[in-house]
Design a binder for this molecule. Structure first.
Ligand SMILES: NC(=O)c1ccc[n+]([C@@H]2O[C@H](COP(=O)([O-])OP(=O)(O)OC[C@H]3O[C@@H](n4cnc5c(N)ncnc54)[C@H](OP(=O)(O)O)[C@@H]3O)[C@@H](O)[C@H]2O)c1
Length: 247
């Protein structure tokens, strides 16, 4: 059985990725930051459908905690799956912040940096010894790295940085047959940045060729499919999942 670790799997896109991976027979380790209850609900959903999932706590903005997290993953693999390695890491955890460049504070900038770029970098580095050869890293970026939308400059810049990092991961980990790809969602109905007001949703739907915002399963199904053997030759890419956002 293939085992996937999904950061920020308690809600939104991460929860959908977790459920869709489990539906395809993968074992799931999902992480939460503060919302343990939501994470346990995702675990219950997966187990009610016959799958196997474990929720672990992780704050990706605190890289000093990553070695202890790696130990917790190792124990979970041994106890739950009698396994020594996992196969897939989805760096998904994140949060949104709307503030124009003119008023972004250094603390806001640093907070976004730690979660969206530094966290995925050092978490991947820390977990590499536990990742199976032939594995896969999926970094969740954003369509805002392609189009400049109002008020998300540092967020978008770090997502763009994560796309560059993805290519370097693919290059450096290729000798272990580990592939690395970014997926870049357009606007999706989650609680990111406080969620969507009806007015904001209408605006975003009007900017999307298919005429609506995305739902979490639009992303979850795509990621689960990307991980499948049929897509084994996709490597070092950024794939936008947006229904055609601002084209
Ligand atoms: N929704 C969109 O329109 C959209 C578009 C493009 C890209 N994205 C990206 O997709 C990813 C998921 O976002 P979402 O829309 O699903 O947001 P969401 O519904 O707000 O869920 C965010 C998830 O990330 C976790 N998280 C937040 N801060 C964390 C931290 N410091 N350490 C560890 N986990 C943390 C949350 O954990 P708790 O539940 O414990 O708080 C939750 O599981 C993010 O990287 C986001 O930038 C989203």
């Amino acid at each position: 059985m293939s085992i996937v670790i999904i950061t920020g799997g308690s809600r939104g896109l991460g929860a959908s990725i977790a459920v869709q991976c489990a539906k395809r027979g993968m074992g799931v380790i999902l992480t939460y930051n503060s919302n343990r209850r939501a994470a346990e609900t995702v675990v219950d959903t997966i187990e009610a459908d016959g799958g196997k999932a474990v929720a672990l706590e992780l704050d990706v903005s605190h890289s000093e905690t990553f070695p202890a997290f790696r130990d917790a993953v190792g124990e979970t693999l041994a106890k739950t799956w009698t396994a020594k390695a996992f196969d897939v890491l989805v760096n998904n955890a994140g949060y949104g912040l709307y503030n124009p460049i003119a008023s972004v504070t250094e603390d806001e900038f640093d907070g976004l940096f730690r979660v969206h770029l530094k966290g995925p970098f050092f978490l991947t580095q820390t977990l590499l010894p536990l990742m199976a050869d032939g594995g896969h890293i999926v970094n969740v970026t954003s369509a805002t790295s392609r189009v400049a939308t109002a008020g998300v400059a540092p967020y978008a810049a770090f997502k763009g940085g994560l796309e560059v990092l993805t290519r370097y991961m693919a290059k450096e980990f290729g000798e272990r047959r580990i592939r690395a790809n970014s997926i870049a969602p357009g606007p999706i109905r989650t609680e990111l940045g406080g969620g969507l007001t009806p007015e904001f949703e209408a605006l975003l739907a009007g900017q999307t060729a298919l005429g609506r915002v995305g739902e979490p399963d639009d992303v979850g199904c795509m990621v689960a499919s990307l991980l499948s053997e049929e897509n084994r030759w996709i490597n070092a890419q950024t794939i936008e999942i947006s229904g055609g956002y601002i084209i």
